[in-house]
Ligand binder design. Structure first.
Ligand SMILES: O=P(O)(O)OC[C@H]1O[C@H](O)[C@H](O)[C@@H](O)[C@@H]1O
Length: 532
């Protein structure tokens, strides 16, 4: 493996200042793309050439065995001793055994219970103490929030159920702003927490319960729990008929496919939710069977590795040209950074290369008028991952969609092509400038270009294609993780801050709390003073 990394680095150096455009021959636009199940991933506007691609493909040796182990239910999350089977949640007709036991009957049973409950809420068979459920509030954080919050927004054209709200932050502002204007008697509260111990979620759940208790006789009757800790949900006072459980082999950031997706199911209905699952399952089938060079997840992963580990670009921008995918970058931040932001390999040794990149982004075209300046003219290239649907949902606004798509393609073209000093000089000469002033002004108008981007093109954003996209990114993270030797399924890095928060709390209350550094003590004293 080290040898391949070295050869890739050498190859990158040998490319020198060669330009992406110079790689284009008659076939590159179709050779450097993968098409499967209606999706196209175009990576031709990158510096990946034939040699780079071959070397990158040499990295995927260990992926197939690890992938098969994951789908077979082996405990590939070795630091937590768990299987990794979120894929089982979307392959309902399958059969998977963990420790000799088929896990699918329970998965199917929970899915059927969720679907039945969602139907009853949507048709009024289950109602609140003041009548039909009008609003659903999902209380959860991290993986118990980002997936359904992202997907509900993405699938707005299919949303025909109750209004859906999401509360995640322990900042009381979040729940206060959300509950304001809602009628407790017609609101359903979902407490979504895999562990049912997360302090933010438990604090918000209690606040929601107090709010509900002021208005209805039986507040618990309008609560639902989604958790793998069923006992704790019962302790909170939620009837087991409204507890939808899942096993510890579903990681938080991979959990939208099961009970954690209930708010999505309530919004779009069980049939559309099943379409979402079917999209994910189709991507699983593709990932398991397509050759590496024709495998969407593998090539997306290798492009990421090329840009981050080989070219050394520290971040990657995800830029959906689709307003309804506005929460996808936030969703992918957790998926990618919590999965592959690790400094040691599975065996505890230091990673031989850097770990995963910073992932960020905003929908186009908004970002163009905010941070694209840096992307085009800053000193550090930012690989851009554009996502675009060929068709929007607003048939009467097709001209908007053409403009949207034109902007997306124009940005990737501009990033690659840039504008030379001579072109900038000609522009300034046209404006009547001459001499030193022409030169000075021209330099500000140069775009270096040669900046890499990829485009993921889909037909239209639907439950099915959203399922494909989310599963594609999951498998991309998986492939990158296997190549780096990382355990993509634990998240020890979030623990220390949580532990210290518990120790800082007494400091803010003015109680005895030894062991803090001078800066933390001084800031806490200031806060205490301001609070009076
Ligand atoms: O679902 P929960 O158990 O409440 O966890 C919510 C989130 O908090 C944790 O700190 C992890 O970093 C996330 O991976 C998880 O999704």
């Amino acid at each position: 493996m080290t040898q391949i990394w070295n050869r890739l680095q050498d190859h990158r150096k040998a490319q020198g200042d060669r330009r992406i455009e110079s790689l284009f021959d008659a076939d590159r636009a179709t050779d450097y793309r993968v098409q499967a199940d209606g999706l196209t991933f175009d990576y031709s506007k990158t510096m990946i050439d034939a040699d780079a691609r071959n070397l990158l493909l040499d990295l995927v040796g260990p992926v197939a065995a690890r992938r098969d182990a994951m789908f077979a239910g082996e405990r590939i999350n070795e630091t937590e001793g768990r299987a990794v089977l979120h894929t089982a949640l979307r392959n309902l007709s399958g059969s998977v055994t963990v420790d000799g036991q088929d896990v699918m009957p329970a998965v199917r049973d929970t899915h059927a219970r969720m679907s039945d409950f969602a139907r009853r809420v949507r048709d009024g068979g289950f109602s609140g103490q003041g009548g039909r459920i009008t609003d659903v509030v999902n209380i959860g954080i991290g993986g118990s929030d980002l997936g359904p919050a992202m997907a509900v927004l993405a699938l707005a054209p299919f949303h025909d159920g109750p209004r859906t709200h999401f509360v995640s932050n322990v900042d009381g502002a979040d729940i206060a702003d959300t509950l304001k204007g809602l009628d407790p008697a017609t609101t359903l509260v979902i407490v979504a927490s895999k562990t049912f111990t997360t302090i933010e979620t438990m604090t918000n759940a209690q606040t929601a319960r107090d709010w509900m208790a002021k208005a209805v006789a039986d507040p618990g009757a309008q609560f639902v729990a989604l958790s793998s800790a069923k006992g704790k949900a019962a302790e909170f006072g939620i009837d087991e008929a409204r507890v939808f459980g899942f096993e510890d082999w579903v990681g938080g950031r991979y959990s939208v496919w099961g009970p954690i997706g209930l708010s999505l199911m309530l919004a779009v209905g069980p049939d559309a939710f099943d379409e979402f699952l079917a999209g994910g399952a189709a991507m699983d089938a593709h990932f398991r069977t397509a050759e590496p060079a024709q495998n969407l997840a593998v090539m997306l992963a290798l492009t990421g590795i090329w840009h981050h580990q080989i070219c050394g670009y520290p971040t990657r921008a995800v830029l959906p040209y689709d307003n309804r995918l506005m929460r996808l970058p936030a969703y992918l931040q957790q998926l990618e950074m919590e999965s592959n932001g690790k400094r040691v390999a599975m065996d505890g040794s230091d990673l031989p290369v850097v770990s995963g990149p910073v992932v960020w982004g905003e929908p186009g075209t908004n970002g163009q008028h905010a941070f694209y300046q840096l992307i085009h003219q800053g000193t550090m290239p930012v690989p851009c991952e554009f996502i675009l649907a060929a068709r929007g949902h607003e048939a009467d606004l097709a001209h908007h969609h053409i403009l949207l798509a034109a902007n997306c393609l124009a940005q990737s073209e501009a990033l690659m092509r840039g504008r030379s000093l001579d072109e900038a000089r000609a522009l300034m000469a046209d404006k009547g400038l001459t001499g030193a002033e022409l030169e000075r002004q021209a330099r500000h108008r140069v775009f270096p270009g040669n900046r890499p981007s990829t485009t993921l093109l889909i037909d239209q954003l639907t439950p099915f294609t959203l399922g494909q996209i989310v599963a594609l990114y999951e498998h991309r993270v998986f492939v990158e993780g296997v190549i780096l030797g990382i355990n993509s399924f634990d998240q020890w890095g979030v623990e220390l801050g949580k532990e210290l928060a518990l120790q800082v709390e007494p400091l803010l209350k003015g109680e005895d709390a030894p062991g803090h550094d001078a800066s933390t003590e001084a800031l806490a004293a200031l806060i205490r003073g301001m609070r009076g």
